[in-house]
Ligand binder design. Structure first.
Ligand code: C2E
Ligand code: MG
Ligand code: MG
Ligand code: MG
Length: 285
């Protein structure tokens, strides 16, 4: 009896869905170890004023320097972390590391630039982001001001209840800014946004992709920029890859841009070089 039970358990565990669960479980365990082994790192992608000349900020994007598989992008492991509390530990590490890096840049003489940090919804629902941020800033005794940071959240977080919104409010009261990431993919109306602690909209790269030929995307981007501006919000276009997209965004008075046309995410030392070199040659102007 026990034997047949063991056998059916075995069969159960080899079903395809369960294999995925096992892979997820293994990834989670490996990720937990990666935190301990310090295999996680932040890369930074510059954000530009749309004259294409000055870097106004950088977005921190997490990477996993895996001992066997090399440098891994977040798409393969952040969703796994988000299914457990691990996202809170990773998220806290991201905030601490971003503060540490900002302090290092300051000590190297880098002009202050905005540093954007991605938050996942679960961090705001189950974690204590303002407390982690406060503690991280306090380590550097004033060298790292709250106002240097922008926290990026997706639209869905705005529906996930009052604790999340209250924490965003608290971050904003401390002096940090709040950006809505991937804006346009969700369902929040611009009217709804006016009641929330938001400073910046990041237009999702899916809408930027079709510019300037895709009529629907043109209409959406035009409407988002003009309504955001009338509400006093700034706009960053994500995923700018082509000169034609940039020209069109400039014509709509979009404030900032980010994308492979300008620069891909790079390590901190390269950001230092880039900002210090400060005048970037732009072949398309
Ligand atoms: P996101 O916050 O929307 O970040 C933008 C993504 O688009 C990044 O991918 C970036 O490398 C990529 N990208 C930038 N410019 C271009 C472009 O011109 N074309 C295209 N096709 N892609 C471009 P990445 O680094 O793989 O990050 C993916 C997502 O992982 C992020 O999307 C964000 O949601 C999440 N993520 C990254 N770092 C963190 C983190 O520290 N914490 C949390 N919770 N999530 C993170
Ligand atoms: Mg982001
Ligand atoms: Mg985005
Ligand atoms: Mg995203």
């Amino acid at each position: 009896r026990a034997k047949s039970k063991g056998r059916s358990t075995y069969e159960f565990y080899t079903s395809e869905m369960t294999n995925q669960a096992v892979i997820r479980f293994e990834t989670e365990a490996a990720l937990r170890q990666a935190l301990i082994n310090q295999e996680l790192e932040l890369h930074y992608q510059p954000q530009w004023a749309l004259d294409g000349v000055s870097v106004i900020g950088v977005e921190a994007l997490i990477r996993w320097q895996h001992p066997e598989r090399g440098l891994l992008a977040p798409g393969g492991f952040i969703p796994v972390a988000e299914e457990s509390n691990l996202i809170n530990e990773i998220g806290s590490w991201v905030i601490e590391e971003a503060c540490r890096q900002f302090a290092e840049w300051m000590s190297q003489g880098l002009p202050p630039i905005k540093l954007a940090i991605n938050l996942s919804g679960r961090q705001l629902i189950y974690g204590n982001v303002p407390e982690v941020f406060r503690t991280s800033l306090a380590r550097y005794g004033g060298v790292v001001p709250a106002s240097a940071f922008e926290f990026e959240v997706t639209e869905t977080i705005l529906q996930s209840g009052s604790k999340a919104v209250a924490e965003l409010q608290e971050l904003q009261e401390m002096g940090a800014e709040i950006a809505i990431d991937d804006f346009g993919k969700g369902y929040s109306s611009l009217g709804h946004l006016s009641q929330l602690p938001v400073d910046t909209l990041k237009i999702d790269q899916g809408f930027v992709k079709g510019l300037p030929d895709h009529d629907t995307n043109v209409a959406i981007v035009r409407a988002v920029i003009s309504m955001a501006h009338s509400m006093g919000l700034k706009v960053i276009a994500e995923g700018v890859e082509e000169p034609g997209q940039l020209l069109f965004l400039q014509s709509l008075n979009c404030d900032f841009g980010q994308g492979y046309l300008f620069c891909k995410p790079v390590v901190a030392a390269e950001i230092y070089e880039l900002v210090m070199a400060s005048r970037i040659e732009i072949p398309f102007q």
